[in-house]
Ligand binder design. Structure first.
Ligand SMILES: Nc1ncnc2c1ncn2[C@@H]1O[C@H](COP(=O)(O)OP(=O)(O)OP(=O)(O)O)[C@@H](O)[C@H]1O
Length: 266
């Protein structure tokens, strides 16, 4: 299912946190959003998973304005891993994962056998099956993150929204998760701070700066020295990955690479 943001604008207290953001994501495509802290990435995503109503513009999923759909319908199409987490209650891991089925249930309907299998499969994919009976509150940051991703997967969405999903994940689990996204065929919008991971994962990358989309395209077109200096204020070197050819960003920690970002609002 495709996703489109048309002139999405979020204005709060007179400030445009997101300003006329337009982005289209084809069915099965993985699009990354990158940008400095406070550039509007999470705010834009919140409009897609219906946590925040845009001040102007439209979010289309499969051609429908998401804000005009019944909540149950949009929850069957879009699942999100948010920065807020949503694991602040004393449920077991398997109970939290089962919550992903809520858009398909009425009242206290129990899970069907096939839904139980779906939950077990997602927990296995996210490597949390052996934690099934543990309390979510007692898990490590990375374990909790993987449980919440499993919950999003059992929602069986067509569109997956992931806000910094690699937070807390060790290298192996980062690769497992992003590799799974590459293979699963879902339409994905993902915020990543690690530009190398973004280059490895995304078909296209959109760069946000001060609420504006300042670049978008294939990783190799977008992640240039010039763009990174302009938007992030860091002077980097870019090499090609020896196997995939994806851009890999190299930097030092001497401080000599830092400069003020100069990206301005168009
Ligand atoms: N409800 C709100 N009221 C006022 N300002 C807000 C609100 N939500 C976000 N902001 C501000 O909007 C700007 C964009 O925030 P947002 O969380 O979208 O940035 P981000 O690009 O996701 O940042 P980060 O990389 O730090 O997660 C920030 O300056 C933030 O302080």
């Amino acid at each position: 299912m495709d996703l489109g943001l048309d002139d999405l604008t979020v204005t709060i207290d007179g400030r445009d946190l997101v300003d006329r953001l337009s982005l289209s994501v084809s069915s099965g495509e993985i699009v990354g959003l990158v940008g400095p802290n406070g550039s509007g990435k999470s705010t834009a995503l919140r409009c897609v998973y219906r946590a925040l109503k845009p001040s102007a513009g439209i979010v289309r999923i499969g051609g429908d304005d998401i804000w005009r759909l019944p909540l149950r319908d949009s929850a069957q199409r879009v699942a999100a891993l948010t920065q807020e987490g949503g694991a602040d209650f004393d449920f077991t891991v398997e109970e939290v994962v089962a919550l992903g089925r809520t858009p398909y249930k009425r009242g206290n309907d129990p899970l069907t056998d096939s839904e139980r299998e779906l939950c077990a499969r997602a927990m296995n994919q996210m490597d949390v099956l052996d934690l099934a009976h543990r309390g979510i509150m007692d898990l490590s940051g990375g374990e909790k993150q993987r449980v919440l991703i499993a919950r999003a997967l059992v929602q069986e969405p067509s569109i997956l929204i992931l806000d910094e999903p690699t937070n807390h994940l060790d290298l192996r689990h980062q690769i497992q998760l992003l590799g799974h996204l590459r293979r699963c065929g879902l339409t994905v919008v993902i915020v990543l701070h690690d530009l190398n991971l973004a280059a490895a994962t995304c078909n296209r990358i959109g760069v946000l700066s001060k609420g504006h989309l300042v670049a978008s395209g294939a990783p190799r077109e977008v992640l240039t020295r010039e763009l990174i200096a302009e938007v992030f204020g860091v002077s980097v070197f870019i090499v090609s990955h020896p196997i995939t050819g994806n851009p890999q960003i190299l930097f030092t920690l001497t401080g000599d690479d830092m400069q003020p970002p100069v990206a301005s609002n168009p």
